[in-house]
Design a protein around this ligand. Structure first.
Ligand SMILES: Cc1cc2nc3c(=O)[nH]c(=O)nc-3n(C[C@H](O)[C@H](O)[C@H](O)COP(=O)(O)OP(=O)(O)OC[C@H]3O[C@@H](n4cnc5c(N)ncnc54)[C@H](O)[C@@H]3O)c2cc1C
Length: 453
């Protein structure tokens, strides 16, 4: 074996997974097609669950630093720092859970630094893959062998196609033409206009309509489309790296076939509305890394790995559902105008406003456990303030760098399977390495410990 796990793709999800695997004691090898990292400004932010996952690994300061500029850029491009559902910019940012505005290339730099020391082979495109009883052989120029392979190779995933994962879903309703754009003078705000939607963030700008022209787009064509849609007299000096994408929503039927797994966009694609894809993928990585580590160490049997699909597939489904709803609300026409007015009014109701914010953050998704575990078990634990027996105050993320399970308790106990943190200000909690609450005081602790550790 050349490694325990071959991770295909050094995008954000692949890099994060590789670091989680290393923390769990496994040896990852990353194979990446591109010779140098992409500078594409796609995602511009991390939701609360992904932000907290990064804090748990000691990356909070780097995120906070990037967030200063990221938030300014957001205000510049959207005219507000409120969140949006289908470009209805009304969602009040949550004060309870953190989020981060960081451009994707910057995030990938943070992750690349965090991944230093991990074997990452760039300029290696995976073209073939073969599983047998002991492992998987991967071809990418040369051949490499590992016990498991994870395809983190994006929406057009080669690993998914080579392995034969079914990828059902819905075809595009709306189509976007986007590119790296340089404007001269004023740029209209991102949003839905009568004829379509204009989106603008950093260097990326795009227009979304029911149908796009089949021909390549010039700077003058793009300016004319923006004028037609927004009414603004824009001047586009440069339009390059044209890209087309639809809001098709597809999801792999299972995230595991034998020794091969999918994570991130390889497992699910949907429209970028509401900025959720990256969060979803990073949480796939957080969920899978420690589980593969536990099986590779021999602490858990192979069947344990099926909990990955069981937990993460519903999370993906929920995002596909709300992005489809957003696409419906972005389509042109008077019927949709009327529906948007009603949704916009609804968002003025504080409870409804919070509902939309929580929906996009995935806060209330609970994993379904194989034992009786009332909420908050199954949820991602927030970054709690903890008070020890000596009165010392810490935050949860200060105890999670080891990537081990944690038992927060006032009782004087030890257990070799987890780190015990004495606390006096909260009820007992058992946390998995991915920050998920495994037990919150109800039912036998032993069952939860046995299940996960
Ligand atoms: C316009 C736009 C805006 C977005 N905004 C947001 C946002 O605000 N928030 C958010 O959460 N998400 C957003 N997203 C989605 C987000 O960008 C993706 O979900 C994210 O990039 C997924 O990461 P990934 O690592 O799964 O895949 P990718 O980033 O696609 O990385 C896959 C990697 O695999 C490599 N690869 C591919 N094939 C092979 C192969 N055969 N062999 C080896 N390597 C290979 C690729 O080169 C690439 O480096 C946006 C997307 C778009 C298009």
């Amino acid at each position: 074996m050349d490694a325990d796990v071959i991770v295909v793709g050094a995008g954000p999800v692949g890099l994060f997974l590789a670091t989680e695997l290393r923390l769990a004691g496994a040896e990852p090898l990353v194979l990446e097609r591109l010779a140098t990292p992409s500078e594409d400004e796609k995602a511009r932010g991390l939701g609360p669950l992904a932000t907290e996952a990064f804090w748990r690994r000691g990356l909070g300061d780097q995120l906070a630093e990037a967030d200063v500029q990221g938030t300014k850029d957001l205000a510049r491009d959207h005219g507000t720092t409120r969140g949006h559902f289908a470009n209805i910019f009304k969602i009040t940012p949550s004060e309870d859970r953190p989020r981060t505005y960081i451009w994707q290339p910057e995030l990938e730099r943070v992750l690349a630094k965090h991944a230093e020391g991990i074997h990452v082979l760039r300029g290696h495109e995976v073209t073939a893959l073969e599983s047998d009883v002991d492992g998987v052989t991967v071809t990418a120029g040369g051949t490499w062998r590992a016990k498991y392979v994870v395809g983190c190779d994006g929406g057009r995933s080669t690993v998914r196609k080579l392995t034969g994962f079914a990828f059902p879903g819905t075809p595009p309703l709306l189509r976007t033409t986007a590119g790296q754009v340089r404007f001269v003078g004023d740029v209209p705000s991102s949003g839905r206009y009568d004829g379509g939607t204009f989106l603008h963030g950093g260097r990326l700008a795009g227009i979304t309509e029911l149908a796009s022209t089949p021909e390549p787009v010039t700077a003058a064509d793009f300016a004319a489309s923006i004028r037609r849609i927004t009414g603004a007299d824009v001047v586009v000096e440069e339009f390059r790296e044209e890209r087309r994408f639809g809001d098709q929503a597809r999801q792999a039927e299972t995230y595991r076939l034998g020794r091969v797994f999918l994570a991130g966009d390889a497992a699910h694609v949907h429209s970028p509305s509401g900025g959720q894809g990256l969060n979803l993928g990073l949480l796939d990585a957080a969920n899978l890394g420690w589980k593969l580590g536990a099986v590779l160490r021999g602490d858990k049997p192979e069947a344990f790995l099926d909990t990955y699909t069981h937990e993460r597939h519903p999370a993906g489904e929920a995002v596909l559902r709300n992005t489809r709803a957003q696409s419906a609300l972005l389509a042109p026409g008077p019927h949709v105008d009327a529906l948007r007015e009603i949704v916009a009014d609804l968002m003025d109701v504080p409870e409804a406003n919070k509902y939309f914010g929580d929906l996009l953050a995935g806060i209330h998704q609970r994993y379904d456990f194989p034992y009786l575990a009332p909420a908050p078990a199954g949820e991602h634990c927030p970054d709690l303030e903890l008070v020890g027996h000596d009165g010392r105050v810490t935050r949860l993320h200060e105890h999670t760098r080891t990537g081990r399970g944690l038992l927060l308790t006032a009782a004087d106990v030890t257990d070799p399977r987890v780190d015990v943190v004495p606390v006096t200000n909260t009820g007992p909690l058992l946390l998995r390495p991915d920050g998920v609450i495994a037990w919150a005081g109800e039912g036998p602790l032993e069952v939860a410990l046995d299940t996960w550790f």
